[in-house]
Design a protein around this ligand. Structure first.
Ligand code: GCU
Length: 137
């Protein structure tokens, strides 16, 4: 099935700002989380049918300290995804996790769980279940 891209800067942002002071993002920018636990980006995701989908986050982390984020689907924590350093704030990588979505509207919230906040978040791509799902912590 076709994948749908949701831009982080167009999502609901709590304790963060839409930014574009680094290169390589898609859309009009990315979200710079406030460096605090609990800051989040929430995507309004529409699914054509109930099932398992791959949620792929495109991010940059210019530090050497990984930034953990709870992936919360419709209010339930699916996993704690840990976003490692990418080598620079202009260097973007992806991390995927599979999650069950219901048919119709869903919320996918990415909530920082460390005092450093989340990584810079470019987008969420919702598509077929990902082949490789990183271990959670
Ligand atoms: C730097 C960088 C920001 C980033 C921030 C952080 O200030 O320019 O884009 O969000 O570090 O540590 O989160």
């Amino acid at each position: 099935a076709a994948a749908t891209t949701y831009q982080a800067e167009d999502a609901t942002i709590s304790q963060g700002t839409a930014a574009h002071n680094h290169s390589g993002y898609t859309g009009s920018g990315f979200v710079d989380y406030v460096n605090t636990t609990g800051s989040y980006v929430q995507f309004a995701v529409s699914a054509n049918g109930a099932g398992t989908y791959g949620l792929t986050f495109r991010y940059a982390n210019g530090t050497t300290v990984a930034r953990p984020v709870d992936v919360v689907v419709n209010g339930t924590v699916v996993t704690n995804l840990v976003f490692p350093g990418t080598g620079g704030w202009d260097a973007w990588q992806t991390l995927s996790v599979n999650a069950s979505l219901k048919s119709g509207p869903n919320t996918v919230r990415a909530t920082a769980t460390s005092a450093n906040g989340g990584p810079n978040l470019d987008s969420l791509v919702v598509g077929d279940p990902a082949d490789t799902v990183p271990p959670s912590t």
